[in-house]
Design a protein around this ligand. Structure first.
Ligand code: FE2
Length: 385
């Protein structure tokens, strides 16, 4: 309730429009709380091609938790597990299962990021904190967002260590090849019934984001279920956070299924960009990543019509895309190729999207129906439709 009060409080403040009071340089890292970080790290290395990057644990003096940092091009994942029953991380794991706790944002000035956002109503998670080691200093601060998820602001201009003070470089003898994942394109939050606009406003007021695209339940629906989505973008467009909420349908939507199993709002998927989706997805499949089953033949037969003028410049062979179940969509500016994994935990919660943009700025709205029908077939198998 406190958080909602803080949102209302933020709305009373003067919204400073186009002025970017929170310049964001990019996504710094994404931290997962997991039940067994050692095994999760093995999965993300083996299946997704992430590289061993940094580590903290008992050997480095971290008595209460262990964290493995994995990297692939600009993406950094942190996998954290508590080392005893006293750690508050256990409560997060008990409630949500494995999931994303931190979406960390890279900033020039973490103190100012904290001041500006809390002044506009953000609930503080971590007061600005200076962390030092032999490689320099990092300043971090943090605020709460939807559910139990937080944003941490990371100022690292005076630091040249592997990751953060307290971590050491992680050298491993096991280093599967990377698979061409380059950076985080967007990260989607699922929020409860009636909460989408609250969080859209929160990102506008507290973070200075703008509503970049909107989809309502008349656009995103199948025979059974529906959802609404608004895409929030920061000033320079580097950070995009679509926010979803469920909408009324005949059966339980995938957003409701997520909210039931995550036991609240949380991050639904991370979309990672590649320059060559065919090679990336073929590699991921060969390494055991499970994707949603393909749409029917008619979907692929219809691609030339849906792509319109862009079919002239499309380099990829449609048959190859179909063999890998890759989806295609287009907007005025170009086309995009995308595919969605099955949830990467036993609870049907977080999943990944792989996306290759060929000029298109959208999110695959033309694929929503095919995608959701595919998810519903999976939900039916789980008995959760
Ligand atoms: Fe997405």
């Amino acid at each position: 309730m406190d958080k909602l009060k803080s949102v209302e409080y933020g709305l009373e403040k003067i919204f400073e429009g186009a002025q970017d009071f929170l310049p964001l340089l990019g996504t710094d890292y994404v931290e997962f709380y997991v039940g067994n970080a050692k095994q999760s790290a093995h999965y993300y290395k083996t299946a997704f091609g992430f590289q061993s990057w940094a580590y903290k644990g008992l050997e480095t003096g971290s008595k209460d938790e262990v964290s493995y940092v994995l990297a692939q091009d600009k993406i950094r994942l942190v996998l954290t597990t508590p080392l005893n029953s006293q750690s508050p991380i256990n409560e997060h794991l008990k409630k949500h299962g494995d999931g994303i706790k931190v979406i960390a944002l890279w900033v020039e000035d973490a103190r100012k990021a904290f001041e500006e956002t809390t002044r506009r109503g953000a609930l503080p998670f971590m007061e600005p904190r200076v962390e030092k080691d032999a490689f320099g200093e990092v300043i971090r601060s943090g605020i709460h967002t939807y559910g139990e998820t937080v944003h941490i602001f990371v100022e690292r201009k005076n630091y040249n260590g592997a990751f953060l003070p307290g971590y050491v470089s992680w050298k491993s003898d096991y280093n599967p090849e990377p698979l061409g994942l380059k950076f985080i394109d967007h990260m989607v939050g699922n929020v409860d019934w009636g909460q989408m606009n609250t969080w859209v406003k929160w990102y506008e007021v507290v973070m200075g984001f703008e509503n970049f695209l909107s989809f309502d339940d008349t656009q995103i629906h199948t025979e059974y279920s529906a959802l609404m989505s608004k895409v929030m973008s920061n000033g320079n467009g580097r950070i995009k956070f679509p926010i979803n909420e469920p909408a009324k349908g005949n059966k339980r939507s995938q957003i409701e299924e997520y909210l039931d199993f995550y036991e609240g709002a949380g991050c639904q998927h991370i979309a990672v960009a590649t320059d060559d989706i065919i090679t990336t997805v073929a590699g991921l499949k060969a390494r055991g990543v499970e994707f949603l089953p393909p749409p029917p033949q008619a979907y692929y037969d219809d691609i030339p019509r849906r792509l319109g003028k862009h079919i002239q410049v499309m380099k990829e062979d449609i048959k190859k895309l179909q063999d890998l179940s890759i989806l295609v969509d287009a907007d005025e500016e170009g086309y995009l190729l995308q595919i969605f994994t099955k949830p990467v935990e036993d609870r049907p919660t977080l999943f990944f999207e792989i996306i290759q943009r060929m000029g298109a700025k959208g999110f695959g709205a033309g694929n929503f129906k095919a995608l959701f029908e595919s998810i519903e077939r999976e939900q039916a198998l789980r008995g959760t439709l």
